[in-house]
Design a protein around this ligand. Structure first.
Ligand code: HEC
Ligand code: HEC
Length: 393
């Protein structure tokens, strides 16, 4: 053997060892079922979609108006409250409180607005079937902005900047029809919120590396997060509800928390939501939808005709690290405790019977799950293995 050939052979040998080591360390050792489940948690970001019930959806002029109003306090009853006060961008569009505090104390935890355009039912109880109707609720709700159609339209007509933006999006604000102006304002707020798509996260890079067979890419994903992923789609049973690219099935399940304080009216979640949906003149079957057969109208018809079910909407888990405290009532302070709430025990049957598995999660399992949940955040600040998991000893 000549010297160059020998070194080539050595190099090949070394390569073979490296490849073997990579295969051993290969994080892609998933069964076909596991692989299918992991791939089902993406791709990210989703293809943009427009809402046929909202003619302002996707329109730049409406997005500009909605973005301006989202951070303006002018619309609220006393001119002091704005959407962004509770939906703070740096907290995953939540407020850090257990339950919200607007013009009055609310009784539910503020929902994140990341990826809100991909929802089908809005609010913890699904009381609205469109993003614009949900935004309208925020304007009217006495514990949020507490405003009314007359006030909204007076401001739209009277504030030269807002009027200009409104005119570009919808034309001249119609005199004598305050409700139409208010609904249009809500539609512009919806158009703006449709742009709130969470950034790609380390998990997305891992999933795509798995699809591409890119081992180097797969190895960049920390072991703890990978272990957590295995539990998430495996024995934890999490992915049966936290499914799809949003990590939510968009459906309603029995609450895992919420022992109401003595004397308080128990929160009936979806049961209340369905009553409100049926009664709302702003639902997709009402006169304000911009499409007679908007996507979703059939769904609304069906759900109102069906046997009502209780529960709260499965929250999505993207950017969940920044939105503590958790659950519909904000009763859970940390991610680790949120997982505890889900771990089923005889004394605390927390999730629907149908999804109930006798899960016993060790502290190590929970730490891995927390590492995995952190990997659903695009903000590197939340994704460091050295950071404690918050799981008590
Ligand atoms: C006082 C705090 C507060 C203010 C102000 C507020 N919100 Fe909210 N928002 C909440 C709370 C609490 C929820 C959850 C309500 C529920 O499910 O019952 C929520 C839910 C939502 C949702 C549903 C998200 C989802 O995933 O279903 C949207 C959309 C929304 N708000 C938009 C807005 C807009 C637009 C404004 C301004 C016009 C606004 N909010 C003002 C507290 C607030
Ligand atoms: C039966 C469906 C179901 C299963 C299974 C499930 N979850 Fe949930 N999850 C929910 C629902 C519903 C809520 C909201 C409950 C509430 O507000 O009372 C929730 C809330 C959460 C929250 C709080 C998020 C927030 O923004 O408030 C986290 C974190 C979470 N789940 C993680 C997990 C993990 C990890 C697993 C597996 C160990 C899991 N879930 C299993 C349905 C489920």
């Amino acid at each position: 053997m000549t010297a160059p050939t020998r070194s080539a052979a050595r190099l090949l040998g070394a390569l073979a060892v490296a490849v073997a080591a990579a295969a051993l360390a290969a994080p892609g050792d998933w069964s076909p079922t596991e692989r299918r489940l992991i791939l089902g948690l993406g791709p990210w970001p989703p293809a943009p979609q427009t809402d046929s019930s909202n003619r302002a959806s996707g329109r730049a002029s409406a997005i500009e108006l909605g973005g301006f109003l989202f951070t303006s306090a002018r619309l609220s009853a006393d001119g002091s409250m704005r959407c962004a006060a509770c939906h703070e961008p740096w907290r995953s569009f939540t407020d850090g409180r257990a339950t919200s505090q607007g013009l009055a104390i609310g009784r539910r935890n503020t929902l994140s607005l990341w990826n809100v355009a991909s929802q089908t039912w809005f609010g913890w109880d699904g009381a609205n079937d469109s993003l614009w109707a949900q935004s309208l609720r925020a304007l009217l709700d006495r514990s949020e902005m507490g405003t009314d159609a007359q006030r909204v339209s007076t401001i739209v007509r009277g504030d030269s900047h807002i009027r200009e933006l409104y005119r570009a999006a919808f034309g001249e604000p119609t005199e004598g029809n305050d409700e139409v102006v208010m609904v249009n304002v809500a539609k512009s707020l919806a158009a703006f919120q449709e742009t709130l798509v969470s950034p790609r996260a380390p998990f997305d890079a891992y999933r795509d590396a798995l699809v591409a067979g890119d081992l180097a890419g797969q190895r960049r994903y920390p072991k703890a997060a990978r272990d957590g992923l295995a539990i998430f789609i495996g024995k934890g049973g999490c992915a049966s509800c936290h499914s799809g690219a949003l990590f939510s099935d968009g459906q309603f399940h029995r609450a895992s928390s919420g022992t109401p304080s003595p004397g308080a009216r128990p929160d009936q979640g979806r049961l209340e939501g369905l009553r409100a949906l049926a009664a709302s003149r702003y639902n997709l079957l009402g006169p304000f939808s911009d499409a007679l057969n908007a996507v979703g109208a059939d769904r609304t018809r069906a759900v109102l005709a069906a046997q009502p079910i209780a529960g709260f909407r499965t929250p999505g888990l993207r950017e969940v690290t920044a939105s503590a405290p958790y659950m519909h009532d904000g009763s859970v302070a940390t991610l680790c405790a949120a997982i505890d709430e889900h771990a089923v025990s005889e004394s605390r049957p927390t999730v629907d019977e149908a999804h109930r598995a006798d899960v016993v999660l060790s502290r190590q399992d929970k730490e891995a799950l927390v590492a995995f949940l952190r990997s659903l955040s695009g903000n590197a600040r939340y994704f460091s293995e050295s950071k404690g998991s918050g799981c008590p000893d």
